[in-house]
Write a protein of this length. Structure first.
Length: 358
């Protein structure tokens, strides 16, 4: 009877993969592709604890809400900081793309940072199930990113992926479906934004918000000297007068501002290479290091890592989508042949059941 239920529920529901990111959440629905890409933000009425908006609409409220409404990011450094609001956000996203209400619920595979604790992993599984998943499984983000980037993770060949997200940077060398060497640090896009805010405060006596810092990073930010340096106007509050004002910041200044978090990311890459077996290092010399995640779009980061490591560095074709594409490819491959099932962190490995039981 249980086998019949699983076959029916698989037929009437569409399994999905989720990249549950600190900054953005992406959802891939089996057979339909990426159907959702929205900020991981929830707007809440503090008086009633009622969720007002989720995703893109909630992000627009960041820093602009009245006293009774607060826009929060329920994930920090890639892990759940606010369980209830993470569950509500996930429920909203799952229902938005699943469409079939009622009895049948999807199987959900969630990408998570490789460095989080077992307690944090269980929290993700529990939140995903409470949000409406029939079964919940975890896949480590560097593995999912490598699959999504098209790297030969199942082959006896060394492949290196550097996934720089909003809350964590994941570095891994993968061979035969397992990570031969890896490092996860909680330094990524958010810390780069914070470094810009701190620099502007110290240099210009100007207080700017997260959105302005992110815009500055995207527009003129770089990790390596540019052929044509640039500048932009930033607006905020003068810390001396308390009045609104604007300043002009250059790309050289932004590069100086973010040098410390960028150095930590590069150092994580070098330390991972130092731990890599020599045979796999030789493979990486041939194939190169692949950058994924939003941080891969920072201009000059590939050139900086190439200079510091002596390795060729490539940016994935769609770096922002690598993790969620990897979860989707995993679902397709696992149901066809089961070749990639060993990459999952299932509840068997955390204490309960495995995908093989489906």
């Amino acid at each position: 009877m249980m086998d019949l239920f699983r076959r029916l529920s698989g037929r009437f529901s569409r399994d999905m993969g989720i990249d549950l990111g600190t900054a953005n959440t992406l959802v891939h629905v089996q057979g339909r592709g990426i159907l959702l890409r929205e900020p991981s933000v929830v707007a809440v009425n503090k008086l009633t604890n009622q969720v007002i908006q989720v995703g893109e609409e909630a992000k627009r409220m960041l820093g602009r809400t009245p006293g009774s409404i607060v826009a929060i990011r329920p994930l920090k450094d890639g892990v759940i900081a606010d369980f209830d609001h993470t569950e509500r956000m996930l429920r909203y996203f799952i229902e938005k793309v699943h469409r079939r209400k009622g009895f049948f619920h999807p199987v959900v595979v969630v990408g998570i940072p490789s460095g989080i604790t077992e307690v944090e992993r269980r929290a993700v599984i529990e939140a995903t199930k409470k949000a409406g998943a029939r079964e919940a499984y975890l896949i480590e983000e560097p593995m999912a990113a490598a699959i999504g980037a098209g790297l030969p993770v199942s082959e006896p060949i060394g492949s290196m992926i550097v996934d720089i997200g909003g809350g964590t940077s994941e570095v891994a060398v993968i061979s035969l479906g397992a990570m031969a060497a890896s490092k996860s640090i909680r330094v990524a896009g958010d810390e780069i934004d914070e470094a810009i805010i701190a620099y502007v405060r110290q240099t210009f006596n100007l207080f700017i918000g997260d959105r302005t810092a992110e815009e500055c990073k995207i527009t003129i930010g770089s990790a390596f000297p540019l052929e044509h340096e640039d500048s932009m106007e930033i607006r905020g509050r003068d810390l001396l007068t308390g009045l609104p004002c604007s300043r002009v910041i250059t790309s050289e200044q932004v590069r100086e501002a973010i040098s410390d978090p960028i150095h930590q990311i590069v150092q994580a890459v070098k330390e991972t290479l130092e731990e890599t077996p020599p045979e796999l290092s030789a493979d990486i010399m041939d194939s190169g290091i692949v950058l994924a995640g939003g941080g891969a779009l920072l201009r000059g980061l590939d050139r900086l890592i190439a200079r510091e490591t002596g390795m060729p560095v490539h940016i994935a074709p769609d770096p922002l989508s690598c993790v969620v594409l990897g979860t989707g490819k995993f679902l397709d491959e696992a149901q066809r042949s089961g070749a990639l099932r060993n990459v999952l962190l299932t509840e068997t490995r955390l204490g309960h059941y495995s995908l093989a039981g489906r």
